[in-house]
Structures are given as C-alpha cells and as structure tokens.
Design a protein around this ligand. Structure first.
Ligand SMILES: Nc1ncnc2c1ncn2[C@@H]1O[C@H](COP(=O)(O)OP(=O)(O)OP(=O)(O)O)[C@@H](O)[C@H]1O
Ligand SMILES: [Mg+2]
Length: 301
C-alpha cells in the first residue's frame, strides 16, 4: 500500500516505529510536514500541494497532528478526506478528542464514568464551583495543558481558590475536578487499535507528585486490566469515533473513570513497558480496513 503520515517531526520514536513497521510489511510510506502543506478550497477538483507538487493519492493517511497545530492539521486532513483518501482517524473524531469539554460531555452522555468535573467562564462563584465537585482537595487543570504541566492539586479550599483565581487573572481556561485520592498517583493507559485494547500500562508519578506523566518523571509498567476497564476503554474509543487512541483512566473505589482519550498516542512508553509491537498492529489494522472513497465523515464539519 501507499501510505502517508502527517507528522511535523519524522524523528520522533512513534513516527519512526510506524515507518519501520510499514516498510517491514512491504508498504511505502511518505511523511509530510503538516504545516508545509498548502491547498485551495474549490467546489470542483480541490487541490493540495506539498513543496510545489500536487500531492498524490494515497491508500491511507496516518494523521499524527500535534496539539499545537490542531486547527491547521485538521484542515489539511479534511482536504485529504474530501479527495477521497482514507484516514486512520477521521478529522471529526480527532477534533472531538482535542476539545476536552466536548469529550467529557460526549462520554458522560453515554454513561462513561468520569471524575466529577466543573468549568465556568466567569470569575465569580469560585467557591461554589469547588463545592460542585465535592470540595477540596480538587485538581485544577489548564484546558490547554499537556504532559502534566498546568495540572495542580488544590489541597485546601483556600489553596484551590487562589490557584483558580490566579489562572483566571491570566485569562486561561481551566476545569476543576474531584481529586481521586485512591488512584495513588497512578493512572492506566490503554492503547486501542480497531476497537480492541492491544496494550495497557500503569504509570506512577515520582515520589511526592500526584501526576503520573512520564514527562514529569513517572515510571511505566505493563498492567493487566480488569474486564470493566477494558470495556470502558473500548466504549470510550467508540464514542469518540477513534480507531486508534490512548484511553487514560484512574482507578477509583467505584470503578474506572476516564480522564482523557488521546488521538495521537505516543508509542514509546507503551511499547517499552509492555514489549508489544503496537506500530505493527496499527499497520495491520490499516491493511484490513483502509477503504478509499468511503470515509463516512467526508465533508462533515
Ligand atoms: N482528578 C484527578 N485525580 C487524581 N489524579 C489526577 C486527576 N487528574 C489528573 N490526575 C493525575 O495527573 C496526571 C495529569 O493529568 P492529565 O492527564 O489530566 O493532564 P495532562 O497529562 O497534562 O494532559 P493530557 O493528558 O491532556 O495531555 C494524570 O496522569 C493523573 O496521574
Ligand atoms: Mg495526561
């Protein structure tokens, strides 16, 4: 097959692994820097160009769109979809997953367990918002944060209040969440490919940190998940409409709650912790599922 990966940095572990796996299975794979693509939007014959050349037709697209280039990346992907190319994750699904509030609302509507989460735009009623999630301690998160940056534990009402007020002062969007103490600085990442959990790991924060992010010094180990966790992970991926994703969950005394569904999950942590060749599983999924000109969400917002 002729594959195309949209990725800004071809040297990232995940991207290199996908290239390796694709070549090993006899495919060709080109990488384009998403931001270097340009296009025209036309009723007939929309064009998409890269480095002065019309982009050829590919059998499948592997979109790896970084959070910082979501808007442009999704525009490029929509254009490819409009031209009939099949994509591993569709633009609409990636768009859903990038909007944290929208994702949580979608998951909640379908009965997925979530940490109780509050958000507001106004600077008034901070105390009431803290009360809505069950009172301190609470977790305060920057809506645009990643890798654990901008995730703060407000241990007391006074601490939570001052963090929320400080964030608001600099005009950033935040959400306030019930603190799941039983999770014990640990979260579970399930890697989903084609509606199945193909690998799962437990991440644990460094001593003294409640955040389990590997970028913050956390450690990762292979973890066997419960049937309930498996079902929640698979359902979450399905609700978001993502064929490939990472579902992050916290273990609570009343079962798993989903924190996030990531549409471009990193492969390094999970492959190294589990020894599972996730990249090959992704390529195999593409082989059996790529159907050009059949993208269901073609043209949809
Ligand atoms: N409500 C919570 N209760 C307990 N621990 C939490 C809670 N929310 C987050 N954490 C811990 O903090 C870590 C970072 O939080 P989160 O994953 O929401 O933010 P992020 O990693 O910065 O963003 P993203 O995952 O969207 O890139 C989690 O992996 C988890 O260990
Ligand atoms: Mg996270």
């Amino acid at each position: 097959m002729k594959l195309l990966m949209m990725a800004r940095n071809p040297l990232l572990y995940s991207h290199q692994r996908l290239v390796e796996a694709a070549l090993a299975r006899g495919h060709t794979i080109d990488i384009i820097d998403t931001l270097q693509v340009y296009m025209n939007i036309a009723t007939h014959n929309p064009q998409i160009k890269y480095k002065g050349q019309n982009l050829e037709f590919y059998d499948a697209i592997i979109p790896r769109i970084g959070a910082s280039v979501t808007m442009y990346g999704l525009a490029v992907l929509r254009q490819l979809e409009m031209m009939g190319m099949w994509t591993l994750n569709e633009s609409v699904a990636i768009g859903r997953s990038r909007d944290k509030l929208r994702s949580l609302q979608l998951l909640a509507r379908r009965g997925i367990g979530l940490p109780i989460t509050a958000f507001s735009h106004s600077t008034l009623y901070t105390d009431d918002m803290i009360k809505m999630v069950g009172g301190a301690p609470v977790v305060i998160k920057l809506l645009e944060g990643t890798q654990g940056l901008g995730v703060v534990l407000g241990e007391t009402l006074a601490a939570a209040r001052s963090v929320i007020d400080a964030f608001r002062e600099v005009n950033v969007n935040i959400l306030v969440q019930e603190y799941i103490k039983e999770a014990d600085a640990t979260d579970i990442r399930c890697l989903i490919v084609g509606g199945k959990v193909v690998a799962s790991m437990k991440r644990k924060g460094p001593p003294g940190d409640f955040r389990s992010n590997l970028h913050r010094g956390g450690t990762a180990n292979k973890e066997k998940i419960t049937p309930e966790e498996r079902s929640v992970a698979v359902r979450s991926a399905h609700i978001m409409g993502l064929n490939v994703c990472g579902v992050d969950m916290l273990r609570t005394s009343h079962g798993p709650v989903v924190m996030e569904v990531n549409s471009s999950p990193g492969l390094e942590g999970i492959e190294k912790a589990t020894g599972i060749d996730v990249a090959t599983k992704i390529i195999e999924y593409i082989e059996t599922h790529a159907t050009p000109y059949q993208t269901k969400t073609r043209g949809k917002g």
